[in-house]
Design a protein around this ligand. Structure first.
Ligand SMILES: [Zn+2]
Length: 280
């Protein structure tokens, strides 16, 4: 998955650090990032690549290499261009892809919170932590992380799983039932509600699988498998989905090319071991 960066170590401890010429600089413009992309290999500029040092905000480190967010208008840098972040999903090396995507979530959060949402005063970085704070009214602004669930609904009697396709989106591959947690509900309740809303079924025996930071949509995804409870006839929510069906292991796409998403891993796991996914 996108956060599985092998031997590399992601350090998100927050502090204010000074940039050095070799520091990585993440420079975003809207949904694009300044990088080199050749043959699927991504390269992120270092501070020494910039003729003029932009205003910088320390973000995080990987293997002791510091990543800074540039806070300036678009720049022109020889050999580098602005590439759409969402199209970099298969880029290598994965630890740089992870840095670019994670930095993009932070960039969008900083951009959306330049002013206090309560009183309109310019927000400031807190001295020792990631939060922003308002010096006028003391509002504390925390990074935006929206929890959501991914659900593999299994019918053990026929060893099939529900796969869905979303309506009205560019991304049209098979997926699992998924959705965001609402305020005031537990993740278990989110699972029950989303499955009922999307396919009209009851579920039982939830088994937690894994979680995943998914910075493309400011999400922390939590993956569960569960069993259908009672009737198995699907009622598709046509406003949200265009297709949902029970598929057996041999009927599923293998999603072998998708190395970054929890959805892909959960689908491959069911395809590989079937009902055993319910054993945790
Ligand atoms: Zn305020």
């Amino acid at each position: 998955m996108i956060q599985d960066i092998g031997e590399h170590v992601y350090n998100n401890h927050f502090e204010h650090r000074e940039a050095m010429p070799g520091s990585y600089v993440l420079h975003y413009a809207g949904d694009t990032v300044l990088c080199k992309l050749e043959g699927g290999v991504i390269e992120v500029p270092r501070l020494s690549d910039f003729a003029v040092e932009p205003p910088l905000q320390y973000l995080f480190a990987i293997d002791g290499e510091n990543f800074f967010l540039a806070r300036s208008e678009q720049v022109s840098l020889g050999g580098f261009s602005y590439e759409t972040v969402a199209r970099l999903r298969a880029a290598e090396p994965q630890h740089l892809l992870f840095a670019v995507v994670t930095g993009w979530q932070l960039f969008r959060w900083y951009e959306a919170n330049r002013y206090c949402g309560r009183c309109g005063h310019p927000a400031q970085a807190a001295p020792t932590s990631r939060e922003l704070c308002c010096p006028a009214c003391d509002l504390v602004i925390y990074p935006k992380i929206a929890p959501g669930v991914i659900v593999g609904v299994i019918d053990p009697a026929t060893e099939r799983i529900i796969l869905t396709k979303y309506a009205g989106r560019a991304y049209t591959r098979y997926a699992l039932v998924a959705g965001f947690a609402e305020i005031g509900e537990s993740l278990e309740q989110t699972v029950a509600r989303e499955v009922m809303e999307e396919v009209g079924l009851k579920v039982k025996n939830l088994v937690f699988y894994k979680s995943q930071p998914w910075s493309f949509s400011d999400t922390l995804l939590v993956g569960f498998y569960c069993e259908v409870d009672g009737a198995t006839a699907i009622t598709v929510d046509r406003s949200e989905l265009k297709e949902a069906s029970w598929l057996g292991r041999d009927e599923m796409p293998d999603r072998a090319e998708d190395k970054v998403s929890l959805t892909g891993e959960m689908m491959r796991r069911f395809r590989s071991i079937g009902n055993a996914v319910l054993e945790g």
